[in-house]
Design a protein around this ligand. Sequence first.
Ligand code: NAP
Length: 265
Amino acid sequence: MTKKLGGRSVSDIGLGTWGMGGWQSADKSEDSVCVDAIRYALSRGINVIDTAEMYGGGHTEEIVAKAIEGIPREDIYIISKVWNTNLHHDSLLKSARSSLRRLKTPYLDLYLIHWPNPSVPLRETIGAMEELLKEGLVRSIGVSNFDVEQLSDAMTVSKYTEIAANQVLYNYGARGPEKDIIPFCEKSGVEVISYTPILKGKVSGFSRLNEVAEKYSATAVQMALRYTMERSLPIPKSSSKSHIDALIEGSRIKLRKDDYEFLRS
Ligand SMILES: NC(=O)c1ccc[n+]([C@@H]2O[C@H](COP(=O)([O-])OP(=O)(O)OC[C@H]3O[C@@H](n4cnc5c(N)ncnc54)[C@H](OP(=O)(O)O)[C@@H]3O)[C@@H](O)[C@H]2O)c1
């Protein structure tokens, strides 16, 4: 199955990379495992890779670069994010170029503001992102962790393009976005990308999830992933091939409407 993201048709789940190659700073000890995992996910049809300049102090983007080596660029959809201390015009342009250099790619498919920063005018940040668009260095722009008010401000100040996506914390245990930001995005044509969609694998405490999962001979993790797909494009992270297999299998569950409603209730 596919979804539309920034005008492109992409896989209906993506792969997260937070923790691959370190957290706030680089840790190179598991590089080959992470590269293999990303390659494996791509070979299995996941073509959205989510990363950020902040991950592993930049090293995660280098891991992604290794993983995509030799794969036609058009076959992959790369999301990266600018950290919220780099939202002034010049810093943002510098961040974007550094991400492109680490990723060894001529463009990003989607460039996101990682977190809002009220001390930097949104107009300045979005203006810089639109310069990147015009230069062909990014193909679409978006935001992350923006509430309704912040998103609508971003939509107002973007002159040349649409805000393609808002990446938010959304999972079976964090369903607040269903009340406000998801309906707003649906109405405005902004794709919702859900992060931490499988609650880091810690889903055992949800009885409804377990009950419905059992009915489909699935695991609660798979059902949690499938649940978020109903109203978002989830980007679970995994460095394990067997987990990636399980995630893909979960994404393919044909969830009946009544079971979805039961999970929602
Ligand atoms: N925009 C933002 O502010 C923001 C914030 C947080 C995250 N993100 C993005 O969203 C991505 C996903 O979020 P996340 O990494 O926080 O959490 P997550 O995807 O909910 O969970 C990742 C954890 O689940 C485990 N896992 C994966 N598949 C599994 C399976 N089938 N069964 C059991 N456990 C499984 C992984 O371990 P293994 O690796 O061992 O499989 C990993 O420890 C991030 O990697 C990042 O790209 C964005």
